[in-house]
Design a protein around this ligand. Sequence first.
Ligand code: NAD
Length: 280
Amino acid sequence: MTNNLQATTTLSNGVNMPWFGLGVFKVEEGPELVNAVKFAIKQGYRSIDTAAIYGNEEGVGQAIQEAINEYGITRDELFITSKVWNSDLGYESTIAAYETSLEKLGLDYLDLYLVHWPVEDKYLEAWRALETLYSEGRVRAIGVSNFQVHHLEKVMKNAKTKPMVNQVEYHPRLTQAEVKTFCDNNGIQFEAWSPLMQGQLFDNPLLKELANKYNKTIAQIILRWDLQNGVVTIPKSTKERRIIENSTIFDFELTAEDMDRITSLNENHRVGPDPDNIDF
Ligand code: NAD
């Protein structure tokens, strides 16, 4: 299953989603962005994760188009994700936001569209809009991001279509056992954002020890732990060396004991906002 960079998980609606992809949060429009996305695709990445709020959908779209033209990749080999931002949560406004994202990306469909944050009193209407987009065949899969169990339960109680993916902060300091178990039990693919804890795990002694043991880097150990936990992962880098490094994780396996040791680093520590206390 997870034995190469293009290996996929099958979402609840039968759509295949790569286990591994490139995140582009905080990468501004410009050549650095375009070059990073193109380079990743050239190296075999097939999944790119962006969002309206990242303000870089045009550059991602340009990179996709250039990769298609220059590397002979076809659109249907790629898996492109974007997300509706909080200020657009509402039925009509979410549909309009989807159209704006498509236009910026220069695409006629997305593979996955997510509700970015569970803003109270707004996310149910946004979910209804995603269901419409999905039932009309305008997006291949729909999901949510930063949803806790109670948000998921509320959506699922009201929904015709349950979320296919939940993308949340997840790394060895934040293992999210409750929401992960809920997703695993309900056929919702769990996806990690900030899998490298935005660079804050690189001096951890256990991870250093394991990097030495497996002759891998700390980033590779963490990302491999994601895969072996059945978690889709989308680390961000714009540096060619790291884009290659992060994806070279399909050629080794962590033992069950080492998996548990990494999981035991959990401190329920977030680097991003708490979904139950968002004020943006
Ligand atoms: P990350 O954990 O992927 O860390 C990225 C940082 O780690 C980079 O800036 C880089 O400096 C460093 N890095 C990357 N590879 C490295 C390596 N091999 N060695 C050393 N340092 C390395 O953090 P992220 O960008 O926050 O998260 C990944 C992606 O998740 C984002 O780009 C975005 O697509 C997504 N995301 C989603 C949400 C959400 O609310 N849904 C929030 C944050 C991020």
